[in-house]
Design a protein around this ligand. Structure first.
Ligand SMILES: Nc1ncnc2c1ncn2[C@@H]1O[C@H](COP(=O)(O)OP(=O)(O)O)[C@@H](O)[C@H]1O
Ligand SMILES: [Mg+2]
Length: 337
């Protein structure tokens, strides 16, 4: 392994007008951003937002149509081999060999990365320990659960001690408990090493919990970049959710009265951002009575990343859609042996 630790550069990642077009479709649109060393940076966006395409360009799997980027100080177009040696990747689509054991999969990867034999044993033990798979390391991967597979992939991505780790939808399709475990591993990893992590997700809680900063991506464009705390604080105020059969009618009236800063009406709910919810609610109830709109429930909460996403994109992330696509892939896309 060549030593890539002393590469003098300010940013772990720097992109300049990074763009990818597929025919007329602009999958990634003039992306310019910098990511510091040691960050856990989240690309948050719905299915089709361009997250995987961004990662693919940064990992030198696909070339940009225009623009460029550096990863660990190396240019993705001019120094792809150095970029590849600097990074670890855990892909959205499973890519492990079922017939091998967990340990054999890691050893194979060590071989591909030219990790010296004397180092391999130690690194394999270290990464297995990190993801808590020592006990199952000698079992064939086909006996692993979904969560264990993902943990092994994480271990594999870390084996060659990359400076930058890419995680593409690391917990997609996992049950809440397994997801929670994986979050803990990622948190521990970030705390215990200098590694920079770039993860894509469409789970708000994941971005909120893990990321030092989040970029909200929609239709290939960055809408906003900041810490989860700042993003939520910037919405200034409380969110009131009203359940009613006539959200549009109520929204129209509230807009006429200039009572709210943001309104989203969908199906049977109306969401409002207001500076002081407690104060507005009595007035809101009065207004609903005046215009004859029946309300079945009213709730108040402080802004979440979900509200932030809605504010900047005008729509919600539909998690079900991505998950059903994933399930479909798991059923039809994987080779049967
Ligand atoms: N190889 C490809 N050929 C054509 N279109 C593609 C290809 N890969 C991705 N796309 C399109 O680019 C857009 C972004 O896709 P992707 O990066 O996979 O989004 P995400 O990872 O956020 O779900 C989508 O509209 C997708 O259909
Ligand atoms: Mg994707």
């Amino acid at each position: 392994m060549r030593d890539l630790t002393n590469n003098p550069t300010k940013f772990a990642i720097e992109t300049t007008n990074l763009t990818k077009k597929y025919g007329d479709l602009v999958a990634v649109d003039k992306l310019s951003l910098t990511i510091d060393y040691g960050e856990v940076f989240g690309l948050l966006g719905p299915n089709g937002a361009g997250k995987t395409t961004i990662i693919s360009m940064l990992c030198t799997i696909t070339n940009p149509t225009s623009g460029t980027a550096t990863v660990n100080g190396f240019n993705i177009l001019k120094q792809p081999a150095n970029v590849r040696r600097s990074i670890g990747i855990v892909f959205q689509d499973p890519s492990i060999d079922d017939r091998l054991t967990g340990r054999e999969n890691l050893q194979l990867h060590a071989c591909l990365y030219d990790i010296p034999t004397e180092l391999t044993k130690r690194r394999v033990a270290e990464v297995l320990n990190l993801v808590g798979l020592e006990d199952r390391a000698n079992d064939p991967m086909k006996t692993y659960s979904g969560g264990m597979r993902r943990r092994l992939e994480l271990a594999r991505g870390l084996l060659h001690s990359p400076k930058v780790l890419f995680l593409d939808e690391p917990t997609l399709g996992l049950d809440p408990q397994t997801r929670e475990h994986l979050w803990t591993y990622i948190e521990n990893l970030s705390r215990s090493s200098e590694i920079t992590i770039i993860l894509t997700t469409h789970y708000m809680e994941e971005a909120d919990r893990l990321c030092s900063r989040v970029a909200i991506i929609d239709y290939g464009k960055i809408k906003v970049v900041d810490t989860p705390a700042n993003l939520k604080a910037a919405l200034k105020g409380d969110v009131i959710t009203v359940t009613t059969a006539q959200p549009e009618k109520l929204a129209t009236r509230l807009t006429e009265l200039k009572l709210t800063t943001y309104i989203d009406a969908s199906k049977d709910t109306l969401r409002l951002t207001v500076s002081n919810a407690e104060k507005l609610i009595p007035r809101l109830i009065k207004i609903t009575a005046e215009i004859g709109v029946e309300v079945s429930s009213v709730s108040v909460h402080h802004p979440t990343l979900n509200d932030v996403f809605l504010y900047y994109t005008g729509h919600e992330i539909r998690t079900e859609e991505a998950e059903s696509l994933f399930r479909k892939y798991m059923m039809i896309g994987r080779p049967t042996r």
